[in-house]
Design a protein around this ligand. Sequence first.
Ligand SMILES: [Zn+2]
Length: 402
Amino acid sequence: MKKLLLLICLFTYQLQAQKSAITPKNVEKHIAFLASDELKGRGTGTKDEQKAADYIAKHFKSLGLEPKGTNGFEQPFKANIDTVHAVDARNVVAYLDNGADRTIVIGAHYDHLGEGYQRGSLEANSKGKIHNGADDNASGVAGVLEMARYYAKNGVKESHNFLFICFSAEELGLLGSKYYSNNPTIDLSKVNLMLNFDMIGRFDAAKAITVGGWGTSPTWGQVVPLVMEREKMLFKIDSAGAGASDHTSFYVKKIPVLFFFTGVHGDYHKPSDDTQLINFEGEAKILNAVTGIINDVDKLPNRLEYRETAMPMARNMSFKVTMGLLLDYSFNGPGIKVDGVSKNRPGEAAGIKGGDLILRLDKYNLNTIYDYMGALGKFEKGQTVEAEVQRGNEKLKLPVTF
Ligand SMILES: [Zn+2]
């Protein structure tokens, strides 16, 4: 009898596990809808973005999660497009109450560039073209929706509560996450960790995933490598707690963060960032690894220790000069890796090409992107400096005129 009971328990446990498992099919379903032409690129404050918000809220509701906005699942706010225009935007927020005294926030932005009218497009003549944003960031939203399903349906009561949140107006300057962290609907002092997914759809197993926020807690060095080894996943780290996505808004509130990112690509912020280019298997693998990290953190007896990290490049850092390069932020040096070159800018004029590694600018050696930002801050318009470039086996010295 005992054996039978045990068998039944095991069986129901397996059923639960199967029901909650994160699958490539589910990831695909969410991305295919959110990045379809019907949603017209989910521009902040548009009726098309509202369709995405409704889809997210409906999913949260179907899982039996508690609405944690200020208007049901929605948290409305005003998003400034520029100094004179504001639009009505909304975050979509749900809560899984496990009666715990610690909470994990899992977030991703669901807005994108719409039809190219707001700002941020890298397409020439962007206006009127749908920027579907399958990787940026339907992929991240699919991640939040799948994590929500996993934790709502796994039949386990974790020692953390979970807040699932999809932010609007990220593309306009992290506005949704800033609004939430300044107007939280839960007690932020209980938040042990914030996880952010922004562009997790282009996983390349050989290229590895970037895990950001590494420096924000000493625990990451203990937990993450073990999980990644278990999952047989290559990963790279970025120490900074602040960066160009929504985890920054929580890091500045002294909350440890982790940020998952599969890297920039040629379709970044262009109408060609489409569903058929997403690696659904790869994304499901990433999400399963993240549940591994969460489940390990869940077993720790104490709260995570928060650490401040070195100041990264600020999103709004201004330079007198720029080169017009699209960089591979997941590249770990030495040198900075160029992914793309904008037309009619100093980089292109100097003959720099996608795939090049820039090792030195003038007298400044470039080991990281921060060195590059630091060097740019030293130059003036009209100045010509030498760039040392590695292209395949060739080393080139190219004059760059700003
Ligand atoms: Zn994004």
